[in-house]
Design a protein around this ligand. Structure first.
Ligand SMILES: Cc1cc2nc3c(=O)[nH]c(=O)nc-3n(C[C@H](O)[C@H](O)[C@H](O)COP(=O)(O)OP(=O)(O)OC[C@H]3O[C@@H](n4cnc5c(N)ncnc54)[C@H](O)[C@@H]3O)c2cc1C
Length: 384
């Protein structure tokens, strides 16, 4: 390893930039090189599903340009540069034929959207939104249009549904599950969100998948497995994300659902670390902001010489559906216990109780969402 080589961070999403910021709090001069496939603009990804509600377009959601980040963080930055491989033995990064030496390498390269292969010729009208550049393209395509069909009723599908309703768009949501956000919310809380979105004007087509997407006039016609036909101008595909693991795997790093790291964010190979949406940290794949911020703080200390393990506290997730404010802190996978649920209209308080009465998780909607902070204090942290 060349000790005068820089620390290289791949990715300028919230993980990459949060890490660089945390490093700079401790050290102003260590050489940092950031490499990113995108334009390197700094933005808060959770804001992408609030553009209409907050009255902001893609440019207004950007917090700083790549040039601004170079100045703010005293970094070297290569934008529109796709890393194609890692030579872990030689401590080098591959960008096509080019090789870049690193002293330490951090993978903060996020997750890929899952793309369904659906028959039909309407795919140019289908958009996935997982970064600011995607969002910019989507907003441009939306200009002058009115009808949006959303494939997927997960957190992101529901947030976009609410945001588009707030922008006066017509919204159809199609999903195979019998309610929204299965796996994240208990059914009563999920039904409250579906009911509130429906009252606000969304049309849900549940227990159905899209069999075909065909051009129809200036827009598309979706043929659903239920036999229904849905006409739309634009389609958002929000059917899930998958941590980017392929390059890591081919470089010999251990991978599972994500790039496997321990609590010090160390991968299975020396001097390579990972955090954020691409990482499986101590068995947890959590595609949210709070976990990556905790990882960035710990990893910055490690990279600056004080090996530090991340500690995940209790990390509630806010679902940005203002027509039915929702917060959830899912119980640990395989926890034994059951949901105790109170529901009055779209106000739901669901507590996941262990057999000895301990609250291990919660989901609250509507008026009960105000209780999220109090409830979060009752739930044990992920890492005790
Ligand atoms: C619409 C939406 C709303 C959300 N809302 C919330 C919320 O309310 N609360 C919450 O906690 N979380 C939310 N999330 C999730 C949260 O935003 C993500 O967990 C987080 O932003 C992930 O950041 P990241 O830096 O790990 O990945 P990304 O932001 O995906 O960054 C990955 C970076 O790696 C770069 N890259 C990828 N491959 C390569 C390569 N081969 N070479 C070079 N560069 C590469 C990319 O260009 C990019 O710069 C939301 C997500 C979405 C999509």
């Amino acid at each position: 390893m060349s000790s005068d080589a820089p620390i290289i961070i791949i990715g300028t999403g919230l993980s990459g930039y949060s890490l660089a910021r945390e490093i700079r709090k401790q050290d102003k001069t260590t050489q940092l090189l950031m490499v990113t496939a995108d334009d390197g603009f700094s933005y808060s990804k959770p804001m992408l599903s609030t553009g209409f509600t907050k009255g902001k377009d893609a440019d207004e959601l950007a917090q700083a340009t790549s040039g601004g980040m170079v100045e703010q963080l005293n970094i070297e930055l290569r934008t529109h540069t796709v890393v194609t491989g890692i030579d872990a033995e030689r401590h080098e990064l591959l960008i096509g034929e080019e090789r870049l030496a690193y002293s330490r390498l951090v993978l903060a390269w996020g997750a890929d959207v899952i793309r369904l292969s659906i028959p039909g010729d309407g795919h140019p009208h289908v958009y996935s939104i997982n970064d600011l550049m995607d969002y910019r393209a989507f907003r441009q395509a939306l200009s002058g249009r009115k009808r949006v069909a959303i494939m997927g009723a997960g957190l992101i599908g529901c947030e976009f549904a609410n945001d588009l309703l707030n922008g006066d768009y017509e919204v159809d949501v199609i999903a195979p599950s019998d309610t929204a956000m299965p796996g994240l919310l208990p059914p009563e809380a999920a039904n409250a969100v579906v009911d509130a979105l429906s009252e606000a004007g969304a049309r849900f087509h549940l227990e159905a998948v899209v069999d075909r997407i065909d051009r129809q006039g200036d827009g598309v016609r979706l043929t659903l497995s239920s036999g229904e036909l849905v006409d739309a101008d634009i389609v958002i595909s929000a059917v899930g994300l998958r941590p980017r693991i392929e390059l890591a795997r081919s470089a010999g790093l251990e991978t599972g659902r994500g790039i496997v790291v321990n609590r010090a964010l160390e991968t299975s190979l020396p001097d390579i670390y990972a955090l954020g949406d691409c990482a499986e940290v101590d068995g947890h794949v959590l595609l949210y902001v709070l976990p990556l911020m905790a990882c960035a703080r710990a990893l910055a200390k490690t990279l600056m010489g004080e090996r530090t393990e991340v500690r995940y506290g209790t990390m509630p997730v806010m679902v940005k559906t203002p027509c039915c404010p929702t917060a959830v802190c899912p119980p640990p996978a395989n926890a034994s216990g059951e949901w105790e649920v109170e529901r009055e209209g779209n106000n739901v308080r669901a507590l996941f109780k262990s057999p000895d009465g301990e609250t291990l998780g919660f989901a609250v909607t509507g008026d009960y969402a105000l209780e999220k902070q109090l409830l979060a204090k009752e739930v044990p942290p992920i890492h005790p």
